[in-house]
Design a protein. Structure first.
Length: 531
Protein backbone atom coordinates (compact mmCIF):
# COMPACT_ATOMS: atom_id res chain seq x y z
CA UNK A 1 0.00 0.00 0.00
CA UNK A 2 1.23 3.48 -0.87
CA UNK A 3 0.24 6.64 1.02
CA UNK A 4 -0.61 8.35 -2.28
CA UNK A 5 0.68 11.71 -0.97
CA UNK A 6 3.33 12.42 -3.56
CA UNK A 7 2.07 15.97 -4.15
CA UNK A 8 2.59 18.95 -1.88
CA UNK A 9 -1.10 19.84 -2.13
CA UNK A 10 -2.21 16.61 -0.42
CA UNK A 11 0.62 16.28 2.11
CA UNK A 12 -1.18 18.12 4.91
CA UNK A 13 -4.69 16.84 4.33
CA UNK A 14 -6.38 14.49 6.77
CA UNK A 15 -7.81 11.47 5.05
CA UNK A 16 -7.32 7.93 3.80
CA UNK A 17 -5.55 8.15 0.44
CA UNK A 18 -3.93 4.70 0.45
CA UNK A 19 -3.77 2.94 -2.94
CA UNK A 20 -3.04 -0.82 -3.10
CA UNK A 21 -0.17 -1.58 -5.47
CA UNK A 22 0.20 -5.32 -6.33
CA UNK A 23 3.80 -6.42 -6.93
CA UNK A 24 4.74 -9.74 -8.52
CA UNK A 25 7.98 -11.35 -7.32
CA UNK A 26 10.11 -13.51 -9.63
CA UNK A 27 11.37 -16.66 -7.87
CA UNK A 28 12.49 -18.50 -11.01
CA UNK A 29 15.79 -20.33 -10.88
CA UNK A 30 15.80 -20.57 -7.07
CA UNK A 31 17.83 -17.36 -6.53
CA UNK A 32 19.77 -16.60 -3.36
CA UNK A 33 18.03 -14.40 -0.81
CA UNK A 34 20.32 -11.48 -1.69
CA UNK A 35 19.43 -11.94 -5.36
CA UNK A 36 15.73 -12.05 -4.48
CA UNK A 37 16.09 -8.74 -2.61
CA UNK A 38 17.70 -7.23 -5.72
CA UNK A 39 14.86 -8.48 -7.91
CA UNK A 40 12.18 -7.20 -5.53
CA UNK A 41 13.92 -3.83 -5.30
CA UNK A 42 14.04 -3.47 -9.09
CA UNK A 43 10.40 -4.48 -9.51
CA UNK A 44 9.30 -2.24 -6.61
CA UNK A 45 11.09 0.81 -8.03
CA UNK A 46 9.58 0.15 -11.44
CA UNK A 47 6.17 -0.26 -9.78
CA UNK A 48 6.42 3.01 -7.85
CA UNK A 49 6.72 4.80 -11.17
CA UNK A 50 3.07 3.80 -11.77
CA UNK A 51 1.77 4.34 -8.23
CA UNK A 52 -0.89 6.82 -9.38
CA UNK A 53 -2.81 4.12 -11.26
CA UNK A 54 -5.89 3.31 -9.12
CA UNK A 55 -6.16 -0.30 -7.99
CA UNK A 56 -9.64 -0.67 -9.48
CA UNK A 57 -8.27 0.39 -12.90
CA UNK A 58 -5.69 -2.42 -12.72
CA UNK A 59 -8.44 -4.91 -11.85
CA UNK A 60 -10.61 -3.64 -14.69
CA UNK A 61 -7.73 -4.01 -17.18
CA UNK A 62 -6.82 -7.56 -16.13
CA UNK A 63 -10.46 -8.68 -15.78
CA UNK A 64 -9.91 -11.57 -13.35
CA UNK A 65 -12.80 -13.82 -12.44
CA UNK A 66 -14.70 -11.87 -9.78
CA UNK A 67 -16.08 -13.13 -6.49
CA UNK A 68 -17.51 -11.58 -3.34
CA UNK A 69 -15.01 -13.53 -1.24
CA UNK A 70 -11.31 -13.13 -2.20
CA UNK A 71 -9.39 -10.06 -3.32
CA UNK A 72 -9.29 -10.08 -7.14
CA UNK A 73 -5.49 -10.07 -7.55
CA UNK A 74 -3.92 -11.44 -4.37
CA UNK A 75 -4.93 -13.58 -1.38
CA UNK A 76 -1.96 -13.19 0.96
CA UNK A 77 -0.99 -9.87 2.55
CA UNK A 78 2.23 -8.90 4.37
CA UNK A 79 2.28 -5.56 6.21
CA UNK A 80 5.22 -3.91 7.98
CA UNK A 81 3.77 -1.16 10.17
CA UNK A 82 6.08 1.86 10.11
CA UNK A 83 3.86 4.36 11.93
CA UNK A 84 3.88 4.76 15.71
CA UNK A 85 4.44 1.41 17.36
CA UNK A 86 2.44 2.47 20.43
CA UNK A 87 -0.64 3.13 18.33
CA UNK A 88 -0.37 -0.26 16.66
CA UNK A 89 0.03 -1.81 20.11
CA UNK A 90 -3.14 -0.13 21.35
CA UNK A 91 -1.42 2.56 23.47
CA UNK A 92 -1.58 6.38 23.13
CA UNK A 93 1.30 8.07 21.27
CA UNK A 94 2.42 11.69 21.61
CA UNK A 95 3.25 13.48 18.37
CA UNK A 96 6.28 15.81 18.52
CA UNK A 97 6.26 18.52 21.19
CA UNK A 98 2.68 19.55 20.51
CA UNK A 99 -0.14 18.68 22.89
CA UNK A 100 -1.39 16.12 20.42
CA UNK A 101 -1.99 12.55 21.45
CA UNK A 102 -3.06 9.79 19.05
CA UNK A 103 -5.12 7.01 20.58
CA UNK A 104 -6.28 3.90 18.73
CA UNK A 105 -9.95 3.38 18.09
CA UNK A 106 -10.61 -0.32 18.62
CA UNK A 107 -12.91 -2.00 16.14
CA UNK A 108 -13.23 -5.34 14.40
CA UNK A 109 -15.09 -6.44 11.31
CA UNK A 110 -15.18 -10.02 12.59
CA UNK A 111 -13.87 -11.28 9.26
CA UNK A 112 -10.56 -11.46 7.39
CA UNK A 113 -10.40 -9.55 4.11
CA UNK A 114 -7.72 -11.95 2.82
CA UNK A 115 -7.07 -15.66 3.03
CA UNK A 116 -3.96 -14.94 5.10
CA UNK A 117 -2.38 -11.73 6.39
CA UNK A 118 0.66 -11.06 8.57
CA UNK A 119 1.08 -7.66 10.26
CA UNK A 120 4.58 -6.97 11.62
CA UNK A 121 5.33 -4.12 14.06
CA UNK A 122 8.58 -2.86 15.59
CA UNK A 123 7.89 -2.55 19.33
CA UNK A 124 10.65 -1.48 21.72
CA UNK A 125 13.43 -3.13 19.73
CA UNK A 126 11.52 -6.33 19.03
CA UNK A 127 9.40 -7.29 16.04
CA UNK A 128 5.95 -8.60 16.83
CA UNK A 129 3.62 -10.28 14.40
CA UNK A 130 -0.15 -10.66 14.24
CA UNK A 131 -1.80 -13.23 11.98
CA UNK A 132 -5.21 -12.72 10.45
CA UNK A 133 -6.78 -15.60 8.55
CA UNK A 134 -9.95 -17.17 7.30
CA UNK A 135 -11.13 -19.85 9.66
CA UNK A 136 -12.77 -21.84 6.85
CA UNK A 137 -9.27 -22.34 5.38
CA UNK A 138 -7.00 -22.49 8.45
CA UNK A 139 -7.27 -23.46 12.09
CA UNK A 140 -5.28 -22.18 15.06
CA UNK A 141 -2.84 -25.12 15.08
CA UNK A 142 -2.01 -24.61 11.38
CA UNK A 143 -1.31 -20.91 11.89
CA UNK A 144 0.83 -21.66 14.96
CA UNK A 145 2.89 -24.15 12.92
CA UNK A 146 3.15 -21.66 10.06
CA UNK A 147 4.35 -18.97 12.47
CA UNK A 148 7.06 -21.24 13.90
CA UNK A 149 8.21 -22.17 10.41
CA UNK A 150 8.33 -18.50 9.43
CA UNK A 151 10.62 -17.82 12.39
CA UNK A 152 12.83 -20.76 11.37
CA UNK A 153 13.00 -19.41 7.81
CA UNK A 154 14.00 -15.94 9.02
CA UNK A 155 16.73 -17.49 11.17
CA UNK A 156 18.02 -19.47 8.17
CA UNK A 157 18.09 -16.33 6.00
CA UNK A 158 19.98 -14.24 8.56
CA UNK A 159 22.39 -17.14 9.07
CA UNK A 160 23.15 -17.53 5.36
CA UNK A 161 21.69 -14.82 3.08
CA UNK A 162 23.64 -16.22 0.12
CA UNK A 163 21.85 -19.59 0.27
CA UNK A 164 19.40 -20.40 -2.51
CA UNK A 165 15.72 -20.29 -1.60
CA UNK A 166 15.22 -24.01 -2.17
CA UNK A 167 18.04 -24.74 0.27
CA UNK A 168 16.79 -22.57 3.15
CA UNK A 169 15.57 -24.54 6.16
CA UNK A 170 11.99 -23.78 7.23
CA UNK A 171 11.22 -26.71 9.49
CA UNK A 172 11.46 -26.14 13.23
CA UNK A 173 13.82 -28.22 15.35
CA UNK A 174 10.85 -30.10 16.78
CA UNK A 175 9.56 -30.98 13.29
CA UNK A 176 13.00 -32.16 12.19
CA UNK A 177 13.23 -34.31 15.30
CA UNK A 178 9.79 -35.82 14.66
CA UNK A 179 10.73 -36.57 11.03
CA UNK A 180 14.01 -38.16 12.10
CA UNK A 181 12.24 -40.35 14.67
CA UNK A 182 9.69 -41.44 12.04
CA UNK A 183 12.48 -42.36 9.62
CA UNK A 184 14.23 -44.36 12.33
CA UNK A 185 11.01 -46.25 13.07
CA UNK A 186 10.58 -47.05 9.38
CA UNK A 187 14.19 -48.26 9.09
CA UNK A 188 13.76 -50.39 12.20
CA UNK A 189 10.60 -51.92 10.76
CA UNK A 190 12.33 -52.60 7.42
CA UNK A 191 15.28 -54.19 9.22
CA UNK A 192 13.01 -56.54 11.14
CA UNK A 193 11.35 -57.64 7.88
CA UNK A 194 14.75 -58.09 6.21
CA UNK A 195 16.00 -60.36 9.01
CA UNK A 196 13.04 -62.68 8.44
CA UNK A 197 13.94 -63.22 4.76
CA UNK A 198 15.60 -66.57 4.10
CA UNK A 199 18.53 -66.40 1.63
CA UNK A 200 18.14 -68.26 -1.66
CA UNK A 201 20.94 -69.33 -3.99
CA UNK A 202 21.24 -67.39 -7.28
CA UNK A 203 22.96 -68.83 -10.33
CA UNK A 204 22.93 -66.42 -13.27
CA UNK A 205 25.03 -66.13 -16.38
CA UNK A 206 26.61 -62.72 -17.06
CA UNK A 207 24.27 -62.06 -19.97
CA UNK A 208 21.19 -62.76 -17.81
CA UNK A 209 21.89 -60.20 -15.09
CA UNK A 210 19.56 -57.68 -16.74
CA UNK A 211 16.33 -58.44 -18.61
CA UNK A 212 15.45 -56.27 -21.62
CA UNK A 213 11.88 -56.03 -22.88
CA UNK A 214 8.80 -53.82 -23.24
CA UNK A 215 7.77 -51.86 -20.14
CA UNK A 216 4.13 -52.68 -20.90
CA UNK A 217 2.65 -55.09 -23.46
CA UNK A 218 2.14 -53.38 -26.79
CA UNK A 219 4.42 -50.40 -26.06
CA UNK A 220 7.33 -49.89 -28.45
CA UNK A 221 9.08 -47.55 -26.00
CA UNK A 222 10.45 -46.95 -23.49
CA UNK A 223 12.25 -50.29 -23.44
CA UNK A 224 12.65 -51.59 -19.87
CA UNK A 225 15.94 -52.74 -18.34
CA UNK A 226 15.19 -54.73 -15.17
CA UNK A 227 17.52 -56.73 -12.89
CA UNK A 228 17.32 -60.48 -12.58
CA UNK A 229 18.96 -60.20 -9.16
CA UNK A 230 18.72 -57.59 -6.40
CA UNK A 231 22.51 -57.27 -6.14
CA UNK A 232 23.17 -56.10 -9.72
CA UNK A 233 25.43 -53.02 -9.77
CA UNK A 234 23.68 -50.99 -12.47
CA UNK A 235 26.47 -48.52 -13.26
CA UNK A 236 29.03 -51.34 -13.49
CA UNK A 237 26.74 -53.36 -15.75
CA UNK A 238 26.04 -50.28 -17.91
CA UNK A 239 29.77 -49.60 -18.34
CA UNK A 240 30.29 -53.14 -19.62
CA UNK A 241 27.17 -53.07 -21.82
CA UNK A 242 27.13 -49.48 -23.03
CA UNK A 243 26.76 -50.44 -26.69
CA UNK A 244 23.68 -52.55 -25.85
CA UNK A 245 22.06 -49.50 -24.27
CA UNK A 246 23.07 -47.23 -27.16
CA UNK A 247 21.66 -49.68 -29.70
CA UNK A 248 18.30 -49.71 -27.86
CA UNK A 249 18.31 -45.90 -27.76
CA UNK A 250 18.95 -45.65 -31.51
CA UNK A 251 16.17 -48.15 -32.21
CA UNK A 252 13.51 -47.04 -29.70
CA UNK A 253 14.62 -43.57 -28.57
CA UNK A 254 13.94 -44.17 -24.86
CA UNK A 255 14.84 -46.76 -22.22
CA UNK A 256 13.87 -47.04 -18.55
CA UNK A 257 15.88 -48.66 -15.76
CA UNK A 258 13.47 -50.01 -13.14
CA UNK A 259 13.88 -52.17 -10.05
CA UNK A 260 17.60 -51.50 -9.51
CA UNK A 261 19.19 -50.34 -6.28
CA UNK A 262 19.20 -46.65 -7.28
CA UNK A 263 18.14 -45.06 -4.01
CA UNK A 264 20.53 -42.08 -4.10
CA UNK A 265 21.23 -39.28 -6.61
CA UNK A 266 24.84 -40.51 -6.76
CA UNK A 267 23.55 -43.84 -8.14
CA UNK A 268 21.79 -41.89 -10.88
CA UNK A 269 24.86 -39.79 -11.65
CA UNK A 270 27.07 -42.90 -11.85
CA UNK A 271 24.72 -44.56 -14.33
CA UNK A 272 24.43 -41.44 -16.49
CA UNK A 273 28.23 -41.15 -16.57
CA UNK A 274 28.55 -44.84 -17.47
CA UNK A 275 26.30 -44.30 -20.50
CA UNK A 276 27.43 -40.77 -21.34
CA UNK A 277 30.89 -39.91 -19.92
CA UNK A 278 30.70 -36.30 -21.18
CA UNK A 279 27.75 -35.06 -19.12
CA UNK A 280 27.17 -31.32 -19.45
CA UNK A 281 27.56 -29.22 -16.29
CA UNK A 282 26.94 -25.67 -17.52
CA UNK A 283 23.27 -25.73 -18.49
CA UNK A 284 21.86 -22.35 -17.44
CA UNK A 285 18.11 -22.86 -17.94
CA UNK A 286 17.72 -25.42 -15.13
CA UNK A 287 18.57 -24.96 -11.43
CA UNK A 288 21.48 -27.09 -10.18
CA UNK A 289 20.69 -30.02 -7.86
CA UNK A 290 21.89 -30.06 -4.27
CA UNK A 291 24.28 -32.94 -4.99
CA UNK A 292 26.47 -33.84 -7.97
CA UNK A 293 28.34 -31.52 -10.33
CA UNK A 294 26.25 -32.38 -13.41
CA UNK A 295 22.76 -32.91 -11.95
CA UNK A 296 19.89 -30.45 -12.22
CA UNK A 297 16.44 -30.10 -10.73
CA UNK A 298 13.55 -30.31 -13.16
CA UNK A 299 11.99 -27.16 -14.63
CA UNK A 300 10.25 -25.11 -11.91
CA UNK A 301 6.66 -24.83 -13.14
CA UNK A 302 3.21 -24.77 -11.47
CA UNK A 303 2.19 -28.29 -10.44
CA UNK A 304 -1.36 -27.92 -11.77
CA UNK A 305 -0.17 -27.04 -15.29
CA UNK A 306 1.24 -29.33 -17.99
CA UNK A 307 4.63 -28.67 -19.56
CA UNK A 308 4.11 -29.13 -23.30
CA UNK A 309 6.17 -31.36 -25.58
CA UNK A 310 9.63 -30.24 -26.66
CA UNK A 311 13.06 -31.48 -27.67
CA UNK A 312 15.48 -30.01 -25.14
CA UNK A 313 17.26 -26.84 -26.41
CA UNK A 314 16.25 -27.58 -30.00
CA UNK A 315 15.73 -23.84 -30.55
CA UNK A 316 19.39 -23.08 -29.78
CA UNK A 317 22.58 -23.69 -31.80
CA UNK A 318 23.58 -26.51 -29.40
CA UNK A 319 21.61 -29.24 -27.64
CA UNK A 320 22.18 -32.51 -25.74
CA UNK A 321 21.86 -35.79 -27.63
CA UNK A 322 21.38 -37.68 -24.35
CA UNK A 323 18.99 -36.73 -21.58
CA UNK A 324 18.35 -38.57 -18.31
CA UNK A 325 15.58 -38.31 -15.70
CA UNK A 326 15.68 -39.79 -12.19
CA UNK A 327 12.67 -40.12 -9.89
CA UNK A 328 13.58 -39.21 -6.31
CA UNK A 329 9.96 -38.69 -5.25
CA UNK A 330 6.92 -39.70 -7.28
CA UNK A 331 3.87 -37.45 -7.08
CA UNK A 332 0.79 -38.70 -5.25
CA UNK A 333 -1.20 -38.39 -8.48
CA UNK A 334 -0.09 -37.43 -12.00
CA UNK A 335 3.33 -36.00 -12.78
CA UNK A 336 4.17 -38.53 -15.50
CA UNK A 337 6.71 -37.64 -18.20
CA UNK A 338 4.91 -38.32 -21.52
CA UNK A 339 7.18 -39.29 -24.42
CA UNK A 340 6.64 -38.99 -28.18
CA UNK A 341 8.66 -40.51 -31.02
CA UNK A 342 9.56 -37.61 -33.33
CA UNK A 343 9.84 -40.01 -36.31
CA UNK A 344 6.20 -40.95 -35.81
CA UNK A 345 5.13 -37.30 -35.60
CA UNK A 346 6.98 -36.58 -38.87
CA UNK A 347 5.19 -39.47 -40.61
CA UNK A 348 1.75 -38.41 -39.30
CA UNK A 349 2.06 -34.77 -40.32
CA UNK A 350 0.41 -33.71 -43.56
CA UNK A 351 3.10 -33.87 -46.30
CA UNK A 352 2.39 -30.27 -47.31
CA UNK A 353 2.89 -29.13 -43.70
CA UNK A 354 6.14 -31.12 -43.47
CA UNK A 355 7.40 -29.52 -46.66
CA UNK A 356 6.49 -26.02 -45.47
CA UNK A 357 8.33 -26.45 -42.16
CA UNK A 358 11.32 -28.04 -43.89
CA UNK A 359 11.55 -25.19 -46.40
CA UNK A 360 10.95 -22.22 -44.09
CA UNK A 361 12.32 -23.42 -40.78
CA UNK A 362 11.55 -21.44 -37.61
CA UNK A 363 12.37 -18.09 -36.02
CA UNK A 364 12.33 -18.06 -32.21
CA UNK A 365 11.86 -14.60 -30.66
CA UNK A 366 12.48 -13.67 -27.04
CA UNK A 367 11.86 -10.33 -25.32
CA UNK A 368 13.40 -9.90 -21.87
CA UNK A 369 10.90 -7.69 -20.04
CA UNK A 370 11.48 -6.42 -16.52
CA UNK A 371 9.29 -8.38 -14.10
CA UNK A 372 8.44 -11.13 -16.60
CA UNK A 373 10.36 -14.41 -16.61
CA UNK A 374 14.11 -14.28 -15.98
CA UNK A 375 16.02 -11.04 -16.65
CA UNK A 376 18.68 -10.87 -19.37
CA UNK A 377 21.25 -10.27 -16.61
CA UNK A 378 20.31 -13.55 -14.90
CA UNK A 379 20.03 -15.42 -18.20
CA UNK A 380 23.51 -14.41 -19.42
CA UNK A 381 25.03 -14.18 -15.89
CA UNK A 382 26.37 -10.67 -16.56
CA UNK A 383 25.37 -7.00 -16.44
CA UNK A 384 27.72 -6.16 -19.33
CA UNK A 385 25.84 -5.54 -22.57
CA UNK A 386 29.02 -5.96 -24.61
CA UNK A 387 29.43 -9.53 -23.33
CA UNK A 388 25.82 -10.30 -24.28
CA UNK A 389 26.26 -8.81 -27.75
CA UNK A 390 29.44 -10.79 -28.39
CA UNK A 391 27.70 -14.03 -27.35
CA UNK A 392 24.80 -13.31 -29.71
CA UNK A 393 27.13 -12.59 -32.61
CA UNK A 394 29.14 -15.77 -32.00
CA UNK A 395 25.91 -17.82 -31.89
CA UNK A 396 24.32 -16.16 -34.96
CA UNK A 397 21.57 -14.68 -32.80
CA UNK A 398 19.96 -11.41 -33.87
CA UNK A 399 19.49 -8.82 -31.12
CA UNK A 400 18.53 -5.25 -30.33
CA UNK A 401 18.10 -3.13 -27.20
CA UNK A 402 14.70 -1.54 -26.67
CA UNK A 403 14.20 0.79 -23.69
CA UNK A 404 16.92 -1.02 -21.77
CA UNK A 405 15.46 -4.46 -22.46
CA UNK A 406 16.94 -7.09 -24.76
CA UNK A 407 15.11 -8.51 -27.78
CA UNK A 408 16.76 -11.41 -29.60
CA UNK A 409 15.79 -13.84 -32.35
CA UNK A 410 17.39 -16.87 -33.95
CA UNK A 411 16.69 -19.14 -36.92
CA UNK A 412 16.43 -22.89 -36.41
CA UNK A 413 15.12 -25.90 -38.35
CA UNK A 414 11.79 -27.56 -37.60
CA UNK A 415 12.52 -30.77 -39.53
CA UNK A 416 15.92 -32.50 -39.44
CA UNK A 417 17.65 -35.79 -40.18
CA UNK A 418 18.99 -37.73 -37.22
CA UNK A 419 22.80 -37.56 -37.45
CA UNK A 420 23.24 -41.30 -36.69
CA UNK A 421 20.21 -43.07 -38.14
CA UNK A 422 19.53 -40.64 -41.01
CA UNK A 423 15.77 -40.70 -40.27
CA UNK A 424 13.69 -37.53 -40.75
CA UNK A 425 12.31 -36.01 -37.51
CA UNK A 426 9.96 -33.24 -36.43
CA UNK A 427 12.43 -31.60 -34.03
CA UNK A 428 11.65 -28.23 -32.38
CA UNK A 429 10.13 -26.27 -29.49
CA UNK A 430 7.06 -24.85 -31.21
CA UNK A 431 4.74 -25.77 -28.34
CA UNK A 432 6.84 -24.02 -25.69
CA UNK A 433 6.99 -20.77 -27.66
CA UNK A 434 3.91 -20.27 -29.84
CA UNK A 435 1.24 -18.11 -28.20
CA UNK A 436 -1.55 -20.42 -29.44
CA UNK A 437 -0.30 -22.94 -26.85
CA UNK A 438 -0.89 -20.56 -23.94
CA UNK A 439 -4.05 -20.86 -21.89
CA UNK A 440 -6.73 -18.51 -23.17
CA UNK A 441 -6.74 -16.30 -20.06
CA UNK A 442 -2.95 -16.03 -20.02
CA UNK A 443 -2.76 -15.21 -23.73
CA UNK A 444 -5.50 -12.56 -23.49
CA UNK A 445 -3.86 -11.05 -20.42
CA UNK A 446 -0.47 -10.81 -22.12
CA UNK A 447 -1.95 -9.36 -25.32
CA UNK A 448 -3.72 -6.72 -23.23
CA UNK A 449 -0.29 -5.64 -21.93
CA UNK A 450 1.91 -6.00 -25.03
CA UNK A 451 1.55 -6.07 -28.80
CA UNK A 452 2.19 -9.57 -30.14
CA UNK A 453 5.69 -8.75 -31.40
CA UNK A 454 6.70 -7.68 -27.87
CA UNK A 455 5.49 -10.80 -26.04
CA UNK A 456 8.14 -12.47 -23.86
CA UNK A 457 8.33 -15.47 -26.24
CA UNK A 458 6.97 -16.44 -29.61
CA UNK A 459 7.92 -18.48 -32.69
CA UNK A 460 7.32 -17.79 -36.38
CA UNK A 461 8.17 -19.39 -39.69
CA UNK A 462 11.78 -18.71 -40.59
CA UNK A 463 10.76 -15.92 -42.98
CA UNK A 464 9.03 -14.09 -40.10
CA UNK A 465 5.49 -14.96 -41.16
CA UNK A 466 3.01 -16.16 -38.55
CA UNK A 467 2.50 -19.89 -37.92
CA UNK A 468 -1.24 -20.48 -38.08
CA UNK A 469 -2.92 -20.94 -34.67
CA UNK A 470 -5.13 -23.80 -35.90
CA UNK A 471 -2.11 -25.65 -37.30
CA UNK A 472 -0.25 -25.32 -33.99
CA UNK A 473 -3.27 -26.67 -32.10
CA UNK A 474 -3.48 -29.61 -34.53
CA UNK A 475 0.19 -30.35 -33.87
CA UNK A 476 -0.38 -30.21 -30.09
CA UNK A 477 -3.31 -32.62 -30.39
CA UNK A 478 -1.23 -34.99 -32.52
CA UNK A 479 1.47 -35.16 -29.83
CA UNK A 480 -1.00 -35.93 -27.04
CA UNK A 481 -2.75 -38.58 -29.16
CA UNK A 482 0.58 -40.27 -29.94
CA UNK A 483 2.38 -40.04 -26.60
CA UNK A 484 3.25 -42.77 -24.10
CA UNK A 485 3.06 -41.95 -20.36
CA UNK A 486 3.92 -44.47 -17.64
CA UNK A 487 3.60 -43.59 -13.92
CA UNK A 488 6.90 -42.91 -12.18
CA UNK A 489 8.22 -45.29 -9.54
CA UNK A 490 10.81 -43.96 -7.11
CA UNK A 491 14.28 -45.00 -8.26
CA UNK A 492 13.26 -45.10 -11.95
CA UNK A 493 15.80 -43.72 -14.45
CA UNK A 494 14.80 -42.83 -18.01
CA UNK A 495 17.40 -42.25 -20.73
CA UNK A 496 16.39 -40.50 -23.96
CA UNK A 497 17.82 -39.76 -27.36
CA UNK A 498 16.77 -36.09 -27.26
CA UNK A 499 16.42 -35.90 -31.03
CA UNK A 500 14.32 -39.04 -31.43
CA UNK A 501 12.06 -38.39 -28.43
CA UNK A 502 10.21 -35.25 -27.28
CA UNK A 503 9.08 -35.10 -23.67
CA UNK A 504 6.48 -33.24 -21.60
CA UNK A 505 5.16 -33.28 -18.02
CA UNK A 506 1.66 -33.97 -16.77
CA UNK A 507 0.07 -31.91 -13.95
CA UNK A 508 0.41 -33.47 -10.51
CA UNK A 509 -0.66 -33.31 -6.87
CA UNK A 510 1.63 -33.90 -3.91
CA UNK A 511 5.39 -33.66 -3.66
CA UNK A 512 7.35 -34.57 -6.79
CA UNK A 513 11.13 -34.51 -7.30
CA UNK A 514 12.83 -35.41 -10.57
CA UNK A 515 16.55 -34.89 -11.22
CA UNK A 516 17.95 -34.31 -14.71
CA UNK A 517 21.30 -34.91 -16.44
CA UNK A 518 22.29 -34.40 -20.06
CA UNK A 519 25.32 -34.78 -22.30
CA UNK A 520 26.84 -35.44 -25.73
CA UNK A 521 26.33 -31.84 -26.79
CA UNK A 522 25.66 -31.52 -30.54
CA UNK A 523 26.16 -28.46 -32.79
CA UNK A 524 23.39 -27.49 -35.21
CA UNK A 525 25.92 -26.84 -37.96
CA UNK A 526 26.70 -30.59 -37.98
CA UNK A 527 23.19 -31.45 -39.22
CA UNK A 528 22.60 -32.72 -42.71
CA UNK A 529 20.26 -30.57 -44.77
CA UNK A 530 16.77 -32.07 -45.10
CA UNK A 531 15.71 -32.23 -48.76
Amino acid sequence: HLANRNRAETEGLIGFFINPLPVRSNLSGSPTFRELLRRVREVALATYAHQDVPFDRVVAALQPERSLSPSPLFDVLFVLQNASANVHEGRPARVGEEELVIEPFPFSTGASRFELALFMTDVEGAVRGRWEYRTELFNRDTISRLSRRFEALLAAITGNPDARLDDLEHETQEERMERTMEQLKQKESSLKKFKKIQPKPVDLLEGELVRIGPLQPGLAFPVAFQPSSADVDLSEWASANREVIEEQLRRHGAVIFRGFNTAKPSDFENLALAICPDLYGEYGDLPKADTGDVLYRSTPYPADKAILFHNESSHTPRWPMRQFFYCVKAAHTGGETPLVDCRTIYQKLDPAVRARFAEKGLMYVRNFIEGFDVSWQDFFKTDDRAVVEEHCRESSIGFEWRNGNLRMWQLAPAVVHHPETGEPLFFNQIQLHHIACLEDEVRESLLSLFPEEDLPRNVYYGDGSRIEDDLVREICDLYWQTCVAAPWQEGDIIALDNMLIAHARNPFAGERKILVAMGRMFERRQLQQVP
